[in-house]
Structure formats: C-alpha cells, structure tokens
Design a protein around this ligand. Sequence first.
Ligand code: TXA
Ligand code: MG
Length: 419
Amino acid sequence: MFIRRLIRPNMSSSLRFHTKVLQVKPESITFSPNSIWDGSLPVISDPETKQALLEAAHIIRDTDETVAFPTETVYGLGGSSLNDQSVINIYKAKNRPSDNPLISHISSIDQLNRKIYSETGLGPSDILKNIPESYHKLIEKLWPGPLTILLPVPPASTSTLSKLTTADQPTFAVRIPSDPVARALIALSDTPIAAPSANASTRPSPTLASHVYHDLQGKIPLILDGGACKVGVESTVVDGLCSPPLLLRPGGFTYEDIVNIGGSFWKDCKVENMKTIKANEKVRTPGMKYKHYAPSAKVVLLEPSKDDGKLEKQSHFKDIFRRETAQIPNLQKIAILTTKYLDGISLSSLDDSHLYNILVKTLGQNGEEIQANLFAALRHVDEEDKVDLIFVEGIPEEDEGLAVMNRLRKAAANNCIDF
Ligand code: TXA
Ligand code: MG
C-alpha cells in the first residue's frame, strides 16, 4: 500500500452535517415542451420525489446551504447564484479555489430574464433580448442540455447575481440542464443555481450519488439520488461573445455538434488549447489550469498515435507494461481500462503478471459508452479496488474523443505515452 493512501485529507476536521441521501425518480417528472421559454412548472407524479425536491428547493431558496443533485452530465453541488454566502459554502465544501468561476443553472429563459436580468413580462419578440444572437441557433437546438454559454455580467444596479460566481470575469456562464431532477429543483426553488461538479476539488467528477457521498459526506446537508448520469462528462462550454467563437471546454455536445448546429458564425470555432497556456497566465476558462480528475493511483494514458492492428498494439503494450511496472516499488494491484485494441488482452502474455493482481475492464465499445463510463470506472478502480496503477487506453480526438481525452490527460497528469 502506498503512503499517499495514508495521507488522504482528513475529512473529519470540517464535518458539519449528517448528510442525508434522498432517492428521486426522474421518470416521474414531466415538463411541457414550452416550459423552456415560459418557465411553467413540471408535473411530478411520485409523491416522495416531489417531497424530496421541495426539501431541496427550500434549502436552495431560503438558506445559505448547498444541495448535491443529478444532472445529465455529472452530479452538481448547488447553491443560490444570487446569494454570496451560498456560493462561499460551495467553494468551501469542495475545497475549490475561488478564482474558478461557477456555472449558473436555470430552468427556463423566462427565469433567466426575471431572476438574473430583473426583467418581467417579455413577449415572444423580445424573450431572447438578453442572449446575443450568436447563440440563438445553438440554444434553440441544444437547450435543455449539456451546453454552457458565456453572457456579459449584468450591471450590479439591475442584478443580484453573486459576483463570487464569476470570479471577477466580465462574463458569467449559464446553462439549462435537461435532467428532469435538476430542472425541477431549479424551477421549484425559482432560483438560478450555481453548481460546479459535486466532487472534492481535484477528484474525478461524480456520476453516481455514492461518488458525491464519498467526497462530501459531512460537508453538505443533502444529496438527491437520481441514479447514474447519462452523459458522463461535463457540459460543453462555449464563448460566442468573441469572433471567431471559442470552445473553452469540450463536453457533452461535441465540437462537431457545435459547428454543424450553430450556424455560419460557429463554422470556424476555435478550440482553446490548454497545452500552450503557462501556469501563471490568465486563461479564459480558469478551471482548466487546475489539477483535475485525479485518482490517488498513478494513471498512465495510452495516447492513440498510429492505427496499427490489434496484435501490434498488444505487443507494444507489453513493452509499456514492463517499463511502467518496473518504476513502481511494492506494486501490488493494477487496473487496465480498455477501449479498442486492449479489449481481451491475455494477462499471461504480460511480464511478471503473476506477481500482481491485475483487473481488466472495458470502458465501452463506442464514444458515448466510453464517455458515460469514464469517471465511474476511474473512481471504481481507485476507491473500491484500491489499485496502485491504472493504465487507460485512449481514443482518437474526434466526436466524444475530444472530451474523453481532455479528461484523461488531466487524470494522467504528465504520464501520457504514444500508443
Ligand atoms: O456539466 C457541467 O457543466 C457540470 C454540471 C454540474 O452542470 N458543472 C461543471 O461545473 O462542470 P464546474 O464548475 O466543474 O466547471 C465549470 C467550468 C470551469 O472550467 C470554469 O472555469 C468554466 O466552466 N467557467 C465558468 N464560468 C466561466 C466564465 N465566466 N468564463 C470562462 N469559463 C467559465
Ligand atoms: Mg468540475
């Protein structure tokens, strides 16, 4: 066992709550198609789900505390975007640097106008007046869903949006999630909800309520458990306030989706390239400069380079396995997370494999499956199986591959090997 397992942060020092977990049924919540515009409330057929949502909505609307809840991407840790103390409590529970701004989650365009811009009674002709035209095609097709856009921060004289959500940027980030539990919570509290992913800072994002409990137990009062998140990586963050527009964080919608759906303005959308940003530079998406998605175990990412056959790839992996295992003293448990070529690899073909306990798990057969399983697989081998070393087979950076490889590179820090 490695020393790093013994020096995990001591959670007990700041335990403030008995964290309650309430089950909710997403399938019992129905929104009308027009609700994204007019803000009409959902119908909730399951009484327990309704009760749990009302309890969570009360915490968001009437207290300074936070609630973890499922979204279609990952679980979020939410507090009122309009209340400084709630935002402080989010940063505190996650132990997150406060110069990393938060996304405000809204349930409808009506709510954005009323609660962030203090404008009521807008009709069909001016309902989108607070959203620049560059975004209109995207949001008409992709909201509700995993798309986050940047908007100019409204003047403090007309808005109570907490400055702490924006970390002093001239813009704020906003999205309408498609997960019915998330949207119902925002609609019932009638409050824009600031919500980062509900993991402890630096850890992989949570896609199950049990991941949230593992990281934040004792630090928050309530977790709504709505099952596994379907998308599995965070929302795509885009900046359409500059020209050419920028994809700041690849996520649940692909770069190809944005370019194909966004209209001519998005045709030459650039991808923010983190490799060229220096440590002390002010970046467009500050979250990108921090350590992220890091399991306790060492992660080695196999970066697809040329398209060899399966036999060549597996033989190449044998060399990598020999080299990497030799570098770690007292190595006991190893996980191999496979995608295309390492699926079905024979363990007996690996040098000294009898000395180790080796687990082989597939991440999935296609981009969507791999994306949905990614964080849960990393957490499982790290937190449940307690392996010392994780090999992950990467995928090409197209479609879902861009978001998957973005997360995996951070999980692996600098341990990336051409494969
Ligand atoms: O899917 C998601 O987006 C999830 C769920 C809970 O909605 N939330 C999430 O939040 O991933 P978080 O805080 O883990 O990531 C938000 C990202 C960060 O990279 C942050 O730097 C960026 O959005 N961001 C927020 N406001 C920004 C702004 N004004 N300008 C540039 N980037 C911003
Ligand atoms: Mg996060």
